[in-house]
Write a new protein. Structure first.
Length: 247
């Protein structure tokens, strides 16, 4: 299959990434509803809706802000300004969503951890979205540097590159099953989502070194800086993991 994959149906070229992005939101939400029906939720429905709203607003703002900071160029023409508003990244969405949830919980006075129920739907949504990124080849900035690595691929520009989106798909499959295994150990409420965030942001920190980033601060990208902020946010959980393993 040639990348970018741009199917034509009834004479219309389909934006496969956009289609899969919408599908990711839809199936992710349906998976969340499916899990909630089979889970004893300690958070009442009205508070849960407020938390979802906070997550949605935070994710929207976070994804756009980090999308801009990934390559902070101030455009002067209308087309570039439109592209600026369309710039987004899942990393900003995740961390922005996290902050949105925490703010919403503060407002409504909710004390219970709320992330575990979102963990696997979020992984499913990211996975579907990354399929779209992979099929988009070099049309999306999820491709890597030129490489001689055996998994290198021609993603559309006739250069053998690291298929970053494919690496992430493999990682997400592994992470899904590892977290499913941990779920059976009766973890403290909220830990499952924290483990997901720590694992995913740590993975993205290291895989960013394989991308041809142009905007760097102290040798690392804005996404990597966000990853470090997120890992610092969960520093107590990370420390407890090391202490627990050491003992």
């Amino acid at each position: 299959m040639k990348l970018p994959f741009e199917p034509v149906i009834f004479g219309y070229e389909i934006n496969i990434h956009l289609v899969l992005e919408y599908l990711a939101f839809f199936l992710g939400y349906r998976y969340y509803v499916f899990l909630r029906k089979r889970t004893v939720d300690t958070i009442v429905s009205t508070n849960r809706l407020s938390i979802i709203l906070g997550a949605a607003i935070g994710a929207f703002l976070g994804s756009r802000i980090m999308g801009f900071l990934e390559n902070p160029v101030f455009p002067i023409d209308a087309t570039s300004i439109l592209e600026l508003f369309n710039a987004k990244t899942i990393m900003g969405g995740l961390f922005g969503g996290l902050l949105g949830v925490e703010i919403a919980k503060k407002i409504i006075g909710e004390k219970e951890s709320s992330g575990d129920l979102f963990t696997f739907p979020v992984i499913l949504g990211i996975f579907i979205g990354r399929i779209g990124c992979f099929l988009s080849g070099t049309n999306e900035f999820t491709y890597g540097k030129e490489t001689t690595f055996f998994m290198g691929m021609n993603l559309g520009d006739n250069i053998i590159r690291h298929p970053i989106a494919l690496y992430e798909l493999i990682f997400l499959i592994i992470l899904f099953f590892v977290l499913q295994k941990l779920k059976t150990r009766n973890l403290k409420n909220g830990l499952l989502f924290q483990y997901f965030m720590i694992a995913y942001f740590a993975f993205r920190f290291f895989v960013e070194f394989l991308k041809p980033n142009y905007f760097l601060i102290f040798g690392i990208s804005s996404i990597q800086i966000l990853c470090l902020i997120c890992l610092l946010y969960y520093n107590k959980t990370i420390l407890n993991l090391f202490v627990k393993n050491a003992s």
